[in-house]
Design a protein around this ligand. Structure first.
Ligand SMILES: Cc1ncc(COP(=O)(O)O)c(C=O)c1O
Length: 418
């Protein structure tokens, strides 16, 4: 049964998005400033004054911090679990990343721990709406305001999510988003910063303006990868191509998808040359982004429907930790993350049900060799990384597949608890 083999992610491209890519790659895209149009439309969608396209979220963060004059001697609070490149950018500017614990099942910044970590040197906090779950922004903003701390929202996994009716990204002072092929909306590659701060926006615009344009070859490669991913995750092709590769890879102790799309964790001595030389987005990226923006509510809506069904179906499974959400958060379920004391056994049991899961790309950076100098006790982050597992929740899942997922997770949990 093809529907019973479920990939961990599946990109959503419409025929008109595929066509627009082809047109731009053939040089038939026209000369209009689509990047400017996408920046304005995106900022309006979020509810921010400025939107500026950047090559990656991490460089967006770097430019926000630089624009704010944050550097040597300053501290920036980041959650214990996040993407390695985030504290790496803080460090690159000479500032100190201060790791703060998360809620065990919300996976987002623990507000009390945030308050406790503040010192006279704290200049910014990066509430990270991880897995599509908005942080408790009212509490974070109130504490930040009391201590004159800049709030930089990490929306890399939460574009379009709402907190108390407002979109994340327009609740703090600044925000960054990323639109890679596996994100909830894509511009093939690329990212965005939004802010109401004229000076920060100008700093980013000026810096990007001094750079050259991203190469068309890179865009073509991303488009081809996107098309291949789209086809490979179609139920029929997936059944006899990717799924067997994963099973064989896993038997050899490898995760072929992680190896293909994952990035080696590292820190930086300088801003990568590719950002300095090719930071300006191309029209092809913006053209795809404009189309995807028109569909974002539908794409997020499907994730939310699937996520809520999983929330309900897995609510009372003995031994399984299910996600929790801060009050007022309206998650978009970029990931559906469960906890299990014997996570690896659950993962392999689910594979025998045809369900591909992943432990994801995040790390507990509070206790990580790359950030040894900033080590700080974050017990929930450490425990979460040992226990968590991403269950598929992407918008291409059918109702039948979601039901299959619920039944598979239930029976796999029972089997692994013995
Ligand atoms: C939470 C989070 N923050 C930041 C990033 C970095 O994004 P980029 O690769 O565009 O720099 C990612 C990447 O997926 C992420 O998941």
């Amino acid at each position: 049964m093809a529907f019973g083999r479920i990939p961990r992610f599946s990109p959503s491209f419409s025929p008109s998005e595929a066509w627009i890519c082809t047109k731009h790659l053939l040089g038939m895209g026209g000369d209009d400033d689509l990047v400017g149009e996408f920046e304005r439309s995106f900022a309006e969608f979020i509810g921010a004054k400025h939107g500026v396209m950047v090559p990656s979220a991490r460089y967006g963060l770097y430019l926000i911090l630089e624009g704010l004059g944050i550097g040597e001697g300053d501290e920036v609070i980041v959650p214990g679990i996040t993407y390695f490149a985030i504290p790496a950018m803080v460090e690159l500017l000479g500032a100190t990343p201060v790791f703060v614990d998360i809620g065990l099942n919300t996976h987002v910044l623990d507000v009390d721990e945030f308050e406790r970590a503040i010192t006279p040197n704290t200049k910014a906090v990066i509430p990270t709406h991880l897995f599509g779950t908005p942080c408790d922004m009212d509490a974070i903003n109130a504490i930040a305001a009391e201590h004159s701390i800049q709030v930089i929202e990490d929306c890399a996994q939460s574009t379009g999510a709402r907190y108390k009716g407002r979109r994340v990204g327009a609740i703090g002072d600044h925000a960054y988003y990323t639109f890679g092929l596996t994100k909830n909306i894509t511009t093939l590659s690329g990212a965005m910063v939004t802010t109401d701060d004229d000076a920060v926006a100008q700093h980013i615009r000026d810096t990007i303006g001094r750079s050259g344009q991203a190469s068309i070859k890179k865009a073509a490669k991303e488009a081809a990868t996107g098309a291949a991913m789209f086809l490979a995750t179609h139920p029929w092709l997936y059944w006899w191509t990717v799924h067997p590769a994963i099973v064989v890879g896993n038997a050899l102790g490898k995760d072929p998808i992680h190896e293909r799309f994952g990035e080696e964790e590292r820190t930086y001595d300088e801003v990568p040359a590719s950002y300095i030389e090719n930071a300006q987005a191309r029209n092809i990226q913006a053209a795809v982004g404009l189309k995807q923006l028109q569909r974002i509510e539908a794409l997020n809506g499907s994730r939310m429907r699937n996520g809520r069904a999983l929330d309900q179906g897995l609510a009372h499974v003995n031994g399984l930790g299910v996600p929790a959400y801060p009050e007022g958060a309206e998650p978009i379920y970029m990931s559906f993350v469960v906890h299990h004391p014997n996570r690896d056994a659950l993962m392999s049991e689910l594979r025998s049900h045809g369900v591909d899961t992943t432990t994801g790309y995040m790390s507990d950076l509070s206790d990580h060799p790359l950030f040894e100098a900033y080590k700080r006790s974050c017990p929930n982050a450490t425990r979460a990384m040992q226990e968590l597992l991403h269950i598929p929740v992407h918008p291409n899942l059918t109702k039948k597949q979601v039901q299959h997922l619920i039944e598979s997770v239930r029976s796999a949990t029972m089997a692994t608890l013995g």
